[in-house]
Design a protein around this ligand. Sequence first.
Ligand code: TXA
Ligand code: MG
Length: 316
Amino acid sequence: MQGPYSVTERLKPTSAHMLRATDLLKSGSLVAFPTETVYGLGADARNGRAVAEIYAAKGRPSFNPLIVHVANSDAAQIYGVWNETAQRLADTFWPGPLSMVLPLRADAGLSELVTAGLNSVALRVPAGKVAQELMQRFEGPIAAPSANPSGRISPTTAAHVLAGLDGKISAVLDGGACSVGLESTIIGLTGAPTLLRAGGVAREDIEHVLGTSLKSAQSGEITAPGQIASHYAPKARVRLNASRWELGEKTLGFGPMECDLNLSETGDLVEAAASLFGCLHKLDEMTGTQIAVAPIPKSGLGAAINDRLNRAAAPR
Ligand code: TXA
Ligand code: MG
């Protein structure tokens, strides 16, 4: 179990400190770092526990999918299914404040918590010098939402990051103030090009490059800023807060108990968050029409886990 950290390391973009930041990321710790848009709260996007720690540190009440940061468009193609539109946008806007949502490659190897169980992934190549150097050194995908507690203003300096997250993350890399100061524009490319979030690149500039107008996200497709509704839902019915299993149910436990799959035998909420989407997928592949889930505490990451389970159980 990581954190809460008593001390958040203050790092500067020197060689020695960049190495330290890279090592922390490799060991599954959280490092806030500057991009040209806002400071991101970075974790290894392949490490489910590390990604779960992002939600814990931010106190996020639900699991929104996160943007995966990579060094260049070659690296982006390891995770997303590439197409001509993506190539054109990458040629023009990367590195820069544009994120693209692409179909997730089957062999991407990302934590399911990063994509919130969706079969798509948001990818971005940030332009900031420090972000670029960090990604060159890390040589892997970095999941990074803005480095602020949930519901608070996005940070554009290291001091902003510390004001919200001091003691809750391993380190902050201080690269000065962000030049754009506004999150990236998000374009959905799983169908017709769609503007999912306005941001650092103007809609008109993207439309100019593509030679067509962008669709606007359907109301209902995005339920709140940055929050999408179309999360993966299991095919089976879902029964929550089960105090005992019924005959024929596929069972998802928490804490020491008999069950088909267990979110965390030791009752660790970080481990439970990291395994949630994978467990739901596995249960859906097993025969049976109903999934029963043991009660999950509502504190800490339990709030987001319960939020996700409530959506999975909602009538549809
Ligand atoms: O400028 C930025 O984009 C900053 C800096 C740190 O790079 N990052 C940022 O990340 O804002 P984040 O993780 O907070 O943005 C997540 C949003 C989600 O709430 C959702 O709107 C969208 O990106 N998103 C991520 N994955 C998606 C997906 N597969 N489908 C649709 N939307 C997705
Ligand atoms: Mg944010």
